[in-house]
Design a protein around this ligand. Sequence first.
Ligand code: CUA
Length: 157
Amino acid sequence: MHLHKYEKIWLAFGVFALIIFLSVVGVSAFHQGNTPSGGHMTIDPEKVRETAPFNEPGLHKKEDGTYEVSMIAMAFGYDPAKLQVPAGEEITFTLTSEDVTHSFSIVGTNVNMMAVPGQINHRTHTFDEPGSYLVVCNEYCGSGHHFMSTEIEVIQQ
Ligand code: CUA
């Protein structure tokens, strides 16, 4: 088989680039221990309400002084439906869905998670300003999708 000089050069370049990229991924995964984001936290989607922390939806203070909000998305709303959280405190939202895929997106913040049945998602946020924050579902989830919203009341302590 005859290969043109340029073909050989590009072939060598391609193989070289492949080795570099695979090495980067390999070192990152096996040496530095990086894994795909989100972890692999799963629950039985049939038993959401019997599984901690979703057996008690709402705001909880953790031992380290930060807060956790356990939140269930469902057609077509959220549990808890009313939520008050303190301003200036670190709040971790822990989210799942008990029926179909929804989302939990707090307008005006970087909190934007998918709520997937059987999966647990986390996002930490600190509300600097007190006020009312709109939460919407931005995954199409059925006939009531565009009514699916709630509000978070951020209060000054
Ligand atoms: Cu829930 Cu769209």
